[in-house]
Design a binder for this molecule. Sequence first.
Ligand code: ADP
Ligand code: MG
Length: 599
Amino acid sequence: MGMTKEQEEKFKKLGLSSYIELALVVPSSYEDLRVHEKLQIHAMQLIDATVESVYRAPNSLQITFFAHNFGHLITGVLFRPKPYMMHQFKVGDRDYYYGMVECKNGFCSMSMPKKVTNIGAITPKYKSALRSDVMFRLMQSSLTKENLISEGLKAEIAEELLHVHFPAQIVPNLRELEAKTVDALKYSELFSYMKQLSNKRRYFKALTSSCSDYEKWAQTLPFRLTHEQVKSIEEIKADFSKEISARRMIVGDVGSGKTMVILASALMMLPNRSVLMAPTTILANQLYTEAKKFLPDIKIALVTNKTKDIDLDEYDFIIGTHALLYRELPCASLVMVDEQHRFGTAQRNLLEKLVSSGEKKPHFLQFSATPIPRTQAMIETAHIDVSLITTTPFKKDITSTVIHKNDFKELLEHIKIEIESGNQVLLVYPLVEQSEVLEYQSIDEARGFWEKRFSNVYVTHGKDKEKEEVLLEFNKSGAILIATTVVEVGISLPRLSTVVIVGAERLGLSTLHQLRGRVSRTGLKGYCFLYTNQSSSERLDRFTQTTSGFDIANLDLKFRKGGDLLKGHNQSGSQFKWVDLAEDEEIVKSVKEDLGKRK
Ligand code: ADP
Ligand code: MG
């Protein structure tokens, strides 16, 4: 970047790595250090003044100035003056002073006048790891149009940013910056973020750059693939034919049919090998069963920690849990990770490494059941390709209702009826143990009530080591499952028709959505009850009106801004200071386009 050593050190101290990032550290205020002839009441102002007299009171210092620029007297008042301040005011001296000017009954005063030397301009003030004047000098020496343009910004955006730091005529109002200034800040923030993301993307030669058909297989399925399943598969097909190894994330709601995309991918990879990792034994088993069912002609292996030593070389498709990471694996051309958020980056990378050989890398596909806003997806595409599956093959019929204490009797009736007809009910409590602060029951407090009235009541929670077994047992013979929100079961409970979420207003919409997604997975009529002590909540009401995870991700954005979240959480939850993912789709688009042009 052609920086001096001194500049570099300052950038380091500020934790910044580019001029654009520096430009995004906007002033916290401005000092107008120009000499004006018109006096403004209740404003910070500069006076060109001669000290006429100094009066020392017990707790203050009063200075009578003659302000030449205004042509009249102004009384300066210093409260609790420090010794050094006393010496700043000598009768007869003429200097520049800056301070808050107030006028009452024709009498003007300036509180805490400060002697200034660098006058003539609007000077920004910064709150950062550097002293404000040091920061300002860094801005002056680093922020130039050329520097900003050299990092890829467009000229008009660069100019807009420079105005914020070096305003010419009018002091910018930081609370109400002009729309085009805010847009420039948003654009720059996104540009900087997405540019860094795209720099992180690594390109490797693929182990395999060929792709088999999936169309004939698709026709043998008992159902037709949805439009978006096909679109994702086509995108993957195009990836597989490239010399560079694929890096793609497939995002689709629970029940959107991602498994079919996984199976199609393994099929297209033939005659080369694929590996698939799932976060739990139950999920790995389910995927294995489905793979065997829909890909009967392929040799498929299941690897869990119970698997005996088998020679994996003989298999075309290896499905497993974390256990895969602790075995020797044969080379594979495709690595897939289901429910990717439940693995760490290190684990995902390790799996890829285990099946790689030499410089070349397998194709890599991640599957996520956490719908993200479209804008977020667009941003992600800077470092990973993204396919969205926003529709589900069959519409889930789930009735969602916000309920209160006085609805409890009715709820109990509903639960009885569901259980009598062989369906299952999930009750989600906010905590395992009693808590002083929470106005809801915990699992420990509530379980007795349910166990007394119903048989086959099961209890599990996040820290429960037997969680998987309890879930399997419940699946077979349970009526009611009592759990905390951490019941992140990826397994399907086909008889689960009802979920009751206690203290629903405490949870994010995406968590509520995940929980609701547990019911009605096989077309059963489903019910979701949001139990709350809050008398009304637009957020919960809006949640009951849609079942699309992508709509909900957008709603979540909208409501997070309003701060309808738990106390103590990051209010916006966003990595951006200026960009609003709910509203700035156009800006995201234009940054994406502009970054694309650079390559
Ligand atoms: P996800 O992994 O995205 O949560 P799954 O792949 O488990 O969803 O699919 C949910 C259910 O939908 C499964 O029972 C699956 O067999 C079924 N399914 C998948 N694709 C289709 C389709 N195109 N038409 C009808 N049913 C489908
Ligand atoms: Mg799945």
